[in-house]
Design a protein around this ligand. Structure first.
Ligand code: 6LW
Length: 507
């Protein structure tokens, strides 16, 4: 049947997937966001339900003052003898570690560190051995995949780290994984960087250490040769192979949906794509449609469930929703869910700080969205932000000073920040209805003043993109509060949250 991509929309980069007990499990990177490493379950590789996070405690990963797009990089998930492992890098501290669980719905262990450098670690289990691989550089400074064997109980290296594959010559060799399928060991990597030149390459050999022979038809998957006028889907790379029970094979990988045909950018982050694999007689394979990924592809899958709905409201997302995310740290005392909505108590951090302001976020999953929320309470500042990082965010909020309430729109784009519009509310008006409309090019911000919806301004989506702002994340919408004096009883009150997202279809 035809399957539409991306199968998981919004900022869920660097996917890795495994099959266990007739289900599929997937993890994605999370950088400075807490909880870390969102975890999903699926029965068909197409419909994914979030069932948890792998990193839920500060003892597992310390995100304090982690730089934006630092912290938790590309994870790998593997299942071995009844146990799930998730291995990743804390890039800010250049440390590779893994956690494990015997209950996929439960808590994960404390971290076990492995003394091998590089990023994008992966695990491979066979014949009682645990192989650990990550990227690195050879003596000439070229990209190379290194591998060692570890004691899986302790993380201790049992063998020297050996170079096993230099890839196909593309820059930024990363994201290695090893598989044993049929007579061959297949190794994969991403090359070209996680941007427009991104690609997925393979090599194969007769042992876990190779020697590996690169596939003559590499790259197996890439959209690098498609211009924006040919495909909105770009940056395809960082893939993990997965097989269904009957051996049908897929690659789960990242890609993004670009905006701006000639000077492209993307602001929704890197997302998850599913790509069908076609095996050949000689034990090699191709994937996608002639090695390219399209928004709709024919796949040998029975996945007729309902479309995933990304709409957000307090009714849909209660206090325990796994979709809420926070910046770096989470102080539960500053978040209260009420029958009508949520109350947030700020701290002295603002959205401009590389720190942990009070922030209740959800990823933006589509271009066309409509947001409504009413903000009241007595916080000095409380509102919504469309946030990429501390230097790039748009905030629409209720400000209160000297007994005057104002609706304001503040834009922060790199080194420039301005309050674009500031409108006093009517005497006695102490809460304000905020409304935001987005399409692929603009956010348009409104506030209801004296019963009338007033436009406070527009801002370009482009300035929240990786191409402009840098980094590896994607836009998150958050309710937030700022409370410079950290008053005990200063709360921003949020009611009537409704954020609807219109599913993008390629045309
Ligand atoms: C990462 C690398 C990548 O760890 O982006 O797409 C880096 N690939 O593999 C950050 O996500």
């Amino acid at each position: 049947m035809k399957i539409s991509n991306p199968v998981l929309r919004g900022f869920y980069p660097d996917p890795s997937v495994c099959r266990a007990n007739d289900k599929y499990y997937m993890v994605c990177s999370s950088f400075e966001y807490f909880p870390g490493v969102p975890l999903f379950e699926s029965e068909d590789l197409v419909h994914w339900t979030q069932i948890g996070h792998c990193l839920t405690r500060s003892t597992q990963v310390d995100l304090e003052r982690i730089n934006s797009s630092g912290g938790v990089f590309a994870p790998t998930i593997r299942y071995h003898e009844g146990r799930f492992y998730m291995v990743t890098t804390n890039d800010t501290y250049h440390k590779n570690f893994y956690v494990y669980t015997d209950d996929i719905y439960g808590e994960w262990s404390e971290p076990i560190f492995v003394d091998q450098g590089g990023i994008d670690p992966s695990l491979f289990f066979e014949d009682g051995k645990a192989y650990f691989m990550s990227n690195g550089s050879d003596e000439d400074g070229n990209g190379c995949i290194f591998q060692c064997e570890i004691n899986i109980a302790t993380g201790e290296r049992l063998t020297e780290s050996k170079p096993i594959w230099k890839g196909n010559g593309g820059r930024y060799l990363e994201s290695p994984h090893l598989y044993h399928i049929g007579d061959w060991y297949y190794i994969t990597a991403a090359e070209g960087g996680t941007e427009y030149g991104h690609m997925i390459t393979y090599a194969r050999g007769k042992s876990p250490y190779g020697p590996f022979e690169s596939y003559p038809l590499n790259p197996v998957v890439t959209n690098r040769d498609l211009g924006g006028h040919q495909s909105r889907i770009q940056g395809i790379g960082h893939g993990d192979l997965v097989q269904t029970e009957d051996g049908t094979t897929f690659i789960v990988c990242l890609g993004f949906r670009q905006e701006g045909m000639w000077m492209p950018f993307h602001h929704l982050g890197r997302e998850v794509f599913l790509v069908p694999v076609q095996w050949q007689q000689d034990g090699w394979f191709t994937a996608g449609v002639n090695g390219k990924v399209e928004a709709e592809m024919e796949m040998n899958l029975n996945a007729s469930g309902e479309d995933t709905c990304y709409d957000v409201s307090f009714e849909k997302l209660g206090a325990d929703s796994l979709r809420w995310c926070h910046l770096r740290a989470y102080d539960q005392a500053n978040y209260q869910f009420t029958e009508q909505g949520a109350k947030l108590r700020g701290n002295h951090f603002t959205l401009d700080d590389v720190d942990a302001p009070t922030f209740l976020g959800v990823r933006q999953s589509e271009f066309d969205t409509t947001l409504d929320v009413t903000v009241g309470g007595n916080s000095q500042e409380a509102g919504v932000t469309f946030y990429l990082c501390e230097d790039h965010h748009y905030d629409l909020y209720l400000a209160q000073a000297d007994g005057v309430c104002r609706a304001e729109l503040r834009l922060t784009t790199g080194d420039a920040q301005c309050v674009k519009t500031s409108v006093p509310l009517e005497q006695g008006q102490q809460e304000v209805k905020l409304h935001v409309e987005s399409d692929s090019e603009f956010y348009t911000f409104f506030a209801e003043i004296a019963g009338e919806k007033k436009e406070l301004g527009k801002a370009r989506t482009k300035y929240l993109s990786s191409e402009v702002a840098g980094g590896f994340t994607g836009t998150v919408m958050a309710m937030y509060a700022v409370n410079p004096e950290e008053k005990e009883d200063a709360w921003g009150e949020f009611t009537g949250l409704k954020w609807t997202m219109k599913k993008w279809v390629d045309n």
